[in-house]
Design a protein around this ligand. Structure first.
Ligand code: HEM
Length: 414
């Protein structure tokens, strides 16, 4: 009987409604021992359809294929208790392993003690895993905050986790910037991504609070060159020239931190820079096609570089205007710098003046932001696109390596 109940708790969300049925589960009240048995076993449970493996050398959500939707959340840690922080990371890891496999977390959304709120909020019941990935990052505030070594981690702050400098044109809103922790949830179904962040926030009550969050749609990058390249809100293909998620050599060189980089616990991890970049869409829409193409350096229909006919033809940089975006960020202009872009479009309604609050939630992963995002963003001081853009939110986080079976997010740090 116990085995049957344990099995019920481990079934995928799809099976919950499809095969097992809510009624079966509702009838099987879960006791505390039962829940921990399920937790102990969950890492071995087979993945549900559309599931991206959670465990591995690297966190998923970086080099894995880009999903359609994003819910990104930055958190402040509201306690100075190191044990509570480590406990939260363990709880989050267990929940992330379950949810990315298409299962509800904890004792589930139904079938538990009727007098208590269910562990899982339930809105993903019946939905497949939807390629959900959850990727965590640690911000500078985890290592030091207001001059205080809150968690005894100051000495372990990686040199590459720098504070981002001020860039020309920045108009950053502190309420949309920073955060001690960040979680990037990507899934093909927005409800699955939102469910994941909502449940992590709920689990973290008393230890973390959400500082800001961002929903994204219409991926603006691709780590799978064989798929068609998506378009951004300016109507241009975005992600043509990106680091393919299957190119282990390029990933090792440009994306994954190595032991030689100075922080052992970060080996196999990566550094995440996020920027909320608002677009002055209405002004852009009044710009001629010719000028739009000159500003990007590629044509709008095919995405081919100037002087070329096909999207993937190699670029001829000196055929582009000196202030063309692609010319300024191309590796040949920047001593070979490459980053892995994984951003999403956003539209958060309009701003009260009738203008769309829309743009690009830019996300980049790299081995060292001092040799990635920072010099590239400095090059972009000359970008002709700047007239149409405003960076309004920003953050940088150290994303630890992947989780081994039985381990937890950031284990090497603690
Ligand atoms: C809203 C702001 C931005 C827009 C609309 C935009 C748009 C584009 C477009 C259309 C391309 C050409 C297609 C492609 O190769 O993907 C491109 C390429 C690229 N962008 Fe951006 N981008 C923006 C911000 C940034 C930022 C902030 C950075 C880095 C600091 C960046 C770095 C790159 C890189 C590295 C490439 C590939 C260049 C190459 O290797 O050819 N972009 N971008």
């Amino acid at each position: 009987m116990t085995e049957r109940r344990t099995e019920d708790l481990r079934v995928s969300r799809r099976r919950l409604l499809g095969v097992s049925g809510v009624g079966v589960l509702a009838g099987a009240a879960a006791g505390a021992g039962l829940v921990s048995a399920a937790r102990a076993d969950e890492d071995k449970a087979p993945a549900a359809g559309g599931a991206i493996p959670f465990h591995g050398a690297h966190q998923s959500g970086i080099a894995t294929p880009v999903q359609d939707r994003l819910h990104f959340a930055a958190f402040d840690v509201v306690t100075d208790d190191r044990a509570k922080l480590a406990g939260l990371l363990k709880d989050w890891t267990a929940a992330a392993a379950a949810m990315t496999a298409g299962r509800p977390h904890g004792a589930g959304a139904v079938g538990g003690i009727p007098e208590a709120p269910p562990d899982d909020t339930g809105e993903a019941l019946g939905l497949p895993a939807s390629r959900l990935t959850l990727t965590i990052g640690f911000g500078a505030g985890l290592f030091e905050s207001g001059g205080k070594d809150r968690f005894g981690l100051r000495a372990r702050r990686p040199a590459a986790l720098v504070d981002l400098p001020h860039f020309a044109g920045d108009r950053l809103d502190p309420e949309r910037s920073g955060g001690d922790l960040a979680v990037q949830a990507c899934a093909d179904d927005p409800q699955v991504a939102v469910h994941a962040i909502r449940n992590l926030a709920r689990i973290g009550f008393g230890v973390v609070s959400v500082r800001w969050s961002q929903l994204g749609f219409g991926k603006t990058s691709s780590t799978t060159p064989e798929e068609h390249t998506p378009r951004n809100m300016m109507g241009f293909k975005d992600g043509t020239s990106n680091i393919p998620g299957t190119d282990a050599e390029l990933l090792d060189r440009h994306v994954w931190a190595a032991p030689a980089d100075g922080s052992d616990w970060m080996a196999g991890g990566s550094y995440l820079v996020a920027r909320r970049i608002r677009m002055h869409i209405e002004t852009w829409d009044r710009t001629s096609l010719k000028e739009q193409e000159q500003l990007i350096g590629r044509d709008k229909a095919e995405g081919a570089a100037f002087g070329r006919t096909k999207e993937r033809d190699p670029v001829i940089l000196d055929r582009m205007e000196p202030n063309a975006h692609v010319r300024l960020v191309h590796p040949d202009t920047n001593g070979g710098i490459r980053i892995l872009r994984r951003g999403y479009s956003f539209t958060d309604g309009s701003d009260g003046l009738g203008r769309l609050d829309a743009g690009l939630f830019f996300i980049a992963y790299q081995r060292d932001p001092r040799k990635g995002f920072i010099p590239l963003q400095r090059s972009l001081a000359a970008d002709g696109l700047n007239e149409y853009l405003q960076h309004v939110g920003s953050g940088i986080w150290a994303c630890p390596p992947g989780v081994r079976q039985g381990g937890f997010w950031g284990e090497g740090l603690f």
